[in-house]
Design a protein around this ligand. Structure first.
Ligand code: PHE
Length: 325
């Protein structure tokens, strides 16, 4: 009897100390398994005198039940604990800062383009687009620049065939819009243009915005007002605009426009009053309609506004440069 009690005590102590289900299972095997300590006590039954056998058998059975019950209790306890530990490992710490995503922002040129679009839209202009692959008629002839004209050489471009080229300016969109619609017209047209140039102030691909306003009795005053308004909105209240005589085949008279910014005059665009020949080419009556047009270099505007020295920075895709704007 003492031996049995000792075995039960030992088993209970081991069970109490068990820290996980594997240990607990080993304890079960040690005591209650086929070759376990309690199981082997049963084998001693035969060695006992007949009359002691029932009592001994009952004691061993009790011991077995006690140990089994204790193991069951402990198992419940341990598996609850193990479950907790497992969930704790899986749990997300919602107090941790999340993985940061770099959101990025619009390219400086897109920003300038949108800013200008907004300015013109607020003045009643509409944004239209035209193709980058043009034909020579829209790019030159309709704009009063026949093929013998020296102005064609100045805007030398990339030709696909004799008559197809990458547009050298956004002015052909003037022609396309006038052909499609009836005056009055107030449009702006941003987009890429191409020329065979490459240095610190010229790119073979750059961005322009064409502005065209057509109505009756449009004069240089309207042109100058629009330019001044635009300059004030994009470069600030203190900016000034200066018109210098120039030449474009599709405007008469023509101007180079400078803006006063910081402490100097900076050339940012070409402008003029729409040449009567352009009106004739698109079937508008030049005695009835008049208008102004100008073409703005967006890189130039951004360079003036932000003090950028090298036009090639716009296309280098250098994050350090782009992050500044
Ligand atoms: N298309 C001209 C250029 O690219 C600019 C311009 C546009 C001039 C409209 C006058 C009127 O140089």
């Amino acid at each position: 009897m003492k031996e049995i009690q000792k075995l039960v005590d030992e088993a209970i102590e081991e069970i109490n100390l068990a820290k996980n289900s594997t240990t607990l299972n080993n304890i079960r095997v040690k005591y209650l398994g086929k070759k376990g300590l309690v199981t082997s006590l049963m084998k001693k039954l035969k060695e006992l005198p007949q009359e002691e056998r029932p009592k001994f058998g009952a004691l061993v059975n009790d011991a077995k039940n006690t140990i089994q019950a204790k193991i069951n209790d402990k198992f419940q306890e341990i598996s609850a604990l193990e479950k907790m530990q497992k969930y704790e490992k899986l749990a997300v710490d919602i107090s941790l800062p999340g993985a940061r995503k770099d959101i990025g922002h619009l390219h400086i040129l897109s920003q300038v383009q949108k800013e200008l679009e907004d300015i013109f839209i607020s003045m009643g202009f509409e944004v239209v687009e035209g193709p980058e692959v043009e034909d020579t008629w829209h790019n030159f002839d309709a704009l009063n620049t026949p093929d013998w004209h020296p102005a064609r050489d100045v805007q030398d471009s990339f030709y696909f065939t004799e008559e197809k080229l990458l547009r050298t300016h956004t002015s052909p969109v003037q022609v396309r819009t006038m052909l499609k619609r009836k005056p009055p017209l107030a449009i702006v047209s941003p987009g890429r243009v191409y020329r065979r140039d490459y240095d610190s102030t010229h790119l073979p691909m750059f961005t322009q915005m064409e502005v065209l306003y057509i109505d009756q009795n449009v004069t240089i005053k309207h042109l100058k007002f629009t330019l001044e308004e635009m300059a004030k909105r994009i470069f600030g209240e203190n900016s000034k605009v200066r018109l210098r005589p120039s030449f474009f085949p599709f405007t008469e008279p023509s101007y180079e426009i400078d803006v006063w910014f910081g402490d100097t005059w900076l050339e940012i665009l070409g402008a003029g009053m729409v040449d009567p020949n352009v009106f004739k080419n698109v079937g508008y009556d030049p005695t009835k309609w008049s208008g102004f047009a100008f073409g703005l270099g967006l890189e130039r505007v951004a360079m003036v506004k932000y003090g950028i020295k090298d036009i090639r920075d716009f296309i280098r895709n250098d994050i350090k440069f782009l992050e500044n704007y």
